[in-house]
Design a protein around this ligand. Structure first.
Ligand SMILES: [Zn+2]
Ligand SMILES: [Zn+2]
Length: 298
């Protein structure tokens, strides 16, 4: 009996530790994929002018090609890299042209492919300073797990740490980083403007203030200011005035109701300022409901 338990424990450990390619340095414990939409392939989508969706059905990954190389925002989970590469190449861009890696936050479903893409392309990892430790520990440092949880994706070195309002430039593109903490300590949205057919568009790549299971928005021991962080972020997000907005998950910005594979490119397809306000108000309502629940429970 005891022997059997020991055997099962060893077996479980052996399937959980994923050995990496020979040139990689670390091992990590890959989380099981419980949402099939995370890995379901989806063809690339031209959102607007120089903004392309190259992720899976639900995990949003954005490519912004410039005359000096490309910016990639987010990567999906550990195994998403071939799907991202396929989408980038299907659009006619080169995967090796990726020069800057950015992320909306440091959870595994958005950054687990960073280390591999960095190794292949030599791109620089740029991240808000408050999520840098999350990336460099492969998700091991997380306020939800103050006791530590070990790496759940390959750790990636952060080359540049952002603060609120910092600019990220490549070629003709200049993004502004907006620190939107709550979902994680260093969650970040990005804005820029782009012109098409004589019109200027304000573009927002937003990290929505969703709440993960097990999080008390009233107080977390390893994130004492969490309540204020959510409140301030929602306030700031309400004041933003995007023409076109997208987010970390396809479901957050209603990709699949706005676009079906095969639909013709239309620069106005994702213009949806009213939908943005509705979404932020929804997440504000969910935050207030959770706050009430937390307060009643304590
Ligand atoms: Zn997350
Ligand atoms: Zn997520």
């Amino acid at each position: 009996m005891r022997y059997k338990r020991l055997f099962l424990a060893v077996f479980a450990a052996s399937i959980a530790a994923v050995p990496l390619a020979s040139n990689a340095q670390a091992t990590f414990r890959q989380l099981p994929v419980t949402n099939a939409d995370y890995v379901k392939p989806f063809p690339p989508v031209k959102i607007l002018n120089n903004l392309y969706y190259v992720g899976t059905y639900d995990l949003a990954v954005y490519l912004i090609p410039t005359r000096e190389g490309s910016i990639l925002i987010n990567t999906g989970i550990n195994d998403s890299v071939p799907a991202i590469r396929k989408n980038i190449e299907a659009l006619g861009f080169k995967f090796s042209d990726i020069k800057l890696l950015l992320a909306t936050h440091g959870h595994w479903d958005h950054v687990a492919g960073m280390a591999e893409i960095k190794r292949i392309t030599g791109a620089s990892m740029v991240m808000h300073e408050d999520d840098a430790e999350l990336l460099e520990t492969g998700g091991g440092y997380d306020f939800r797990f103050p006791q530590g949880r070990g790496s759940i994706y390959e750790p990636v070195k952060v080359d540049r740490r952002l603060k609120d309002g910092d600019k990220v430039r490549l070629g003709e593109v200049e993004l502004t980083a907006h620190h939107h903490p709550g979902h994680t300590k260093g969650a970040t949205s990005f804005t820029y403007t782009t012109q098409e057919a004589g019109r200027s568009y304000n573009v927002l790549i937003d990290n929505m203030g969703t709440i993960n299971p097990g999080v008390y928005v009233s107080f977390m021991p390893a994130f004492a200011q969490i309540s204020q962080a959510y409140a301030t972020t929602l306030q700031k997000q309400k004041q933003m005035k995007p023409d076109v907005w997208v987010s970390s998950h396809a479901g957050h910005f209603n990709l699949h109701t706005k676009y079906k594979p095969g639909d013709a490119y239309d620069p106005n397809r994702f213009v949806d300022p009213a939908g943005y306000v509705q979404k932020i108000e929804l997440y504000e309502k969910l935050y207030r409901e959770q706050l009430d629940k937390d307060r009643k429970a304590n």
